[in-house]
Design a protein. Sequence first.
Length: 619
Amino acid sequence: MPIVFACPFCGEGYKLKDEYAGKKATCRRQSCRKVFTVPSSSQPVGTAASSAGSQAPVDAEALALSALADEPEVQRAMSVISMICKNCDHHWDVEVNKQGKNVPCPECRTINKVPIPKEAAKQDWRVGNQGLPSGAKQNFEKLEGVAAAGLGGYVSGTSIVAAGAAPKIEYEPLTLKQKAFRVSLVVVPLLLVAGAVFFFFRTKAATNTEKLLKDSLAEVTGEGGSTLPEYHAAVLMATGEYRVRAASTESTLESGFQTLQAARKKLSEMERQPIDRGMLMIDLSKIFTALAGEKSQIEANTRKSWEQMQKEVRQTLDEAAGLTKEFRIYMIHALAPLWINAGKGTNFAKIVKEASPPEESHDLMAYVGLEAIYLKKPDAASDILGMVDVSRASPFATALIKLTDQPADSGFNLVPAPPASPNPISRDDSRLAYSIEAILRGRGDVAKSIATRAGGTPEAIFRTTLLVSCFSEGPDSVAMIETANRYYQSQLRASPLSPWLIFLLIDQSQTLGKEDLAQQVIKSLSDETVTGWAKFIFVRNKMNLEPSAKIDETQADDIAKPDLAKIAASYARYWIVRRNTKKGDNSYFKSADNWAKITARPFGLLGAVLGAQDKTIKN
């Protein structure tokens, strides 16, 4: 039998099954919503309302439960589902039992799928919709003065040491063997890695260098290369010099010398080019001289003996057949100091004697002795001049012999010195002998007076003052070179003067700091070949005398453009690049690759290779 009763608080009437008797319920009136106990039997609705005021006090627990209780679920009947056509946007309703099925649009008949309504999830008012995963860590506000277990940490070792709480640990000292072992664990692997890297890059660099050498050589001497023997000789000289200096085995050393010997063979094909041949011959002799080594180098197969180099230089100077005595004097002035300073002056004197015509050999050996006197090597000078046959020598050579044999205040026991001016001197060798004697005894004014005394040709006076300048020092030397230049400019510019004396004049002028005189001489020249080599000498002297001077390949173009195929210009380009690369400019390895073929490119690349090698070796 149903129980009929009213809410004891607001009087709302209820009719429930008797099975709910004694259970608690919440009033459904929104303005009440209080919890009460369903009575076991029906009560008059009016009396329930009237007795509300006289009922017992409200249960506090019931009130709390009613406040925290979830709202009753409201089942909202959904009979239709609103649809929107995806094709024509037509709105219409379909029965709820068609959810998830396909239905046609009443307007366009497009099939649309009926959506399945989603039930809204019940919100927990105690948590709220935070948009976070259910297991996400909550960012609770930290309370001041409250220690939390999650805030705990470890005490750092630094803090322990700073607080003085760290235990004192005593380590047993390591033995020397243990220390060496630990150091080796670090050092040995580093050395192995460094050695491997060094070996790799060194091998790669050597491979690249050898390729540059072969390419440059093939470009000039190979098929389609130059037909000019002077170009062949020049690139063979550079290639051979590099290979000999880089040699570490007997086979590589021999290969380098064979290349230099091939260059010498090309010189023999240049009979009609005495100036080109002579200049390259002197440089090839310098290369052979520089490649003579000591006993340790000979045993290591990196150098040859002086005796072997004596033979090579002798064979090179044998190619001077047909060249003048002035060439040989110029050659002696370039090569003799190298041999004399190495203690091999007599060896060089033998080379000169054997490679010169018999009628000139003793005078030329006297020039070698004069170089030794100038270099202040009296013992060497005495030994060299002792090789001169007095019976076959000129007064010049004999005077030098007497000069080394007698005290400084004694005279010559040969030809009496000529009286003072205006008495002339008719013999050129006597003029030179007495001028040299005076300058070596420190009598510069007397030397100049004798050298310029009447009786000789302008060429003889020029020659004497030039040679005396080469073997004097200070103001006396400057006065002599100025006198020689004055005679040249005033009386000899149009004369067929020996080019080797002109080259010596340029050399000596630059050595004494008279660059303007050297430039005047160059401007006065008309012969194309002589002018080219004169400019070459000027540029190379400037590089040697002024290490900081800025000199680039454009100065080789000033000698001759690459398309003119002048060896003096190509050879100057080689030396300019070599010098600049040695000073640290490595750009020529790339830039020279774009230069004109045969006459410029190979010489630029060879200069870069030799310059890089110059930086790494002393000899």
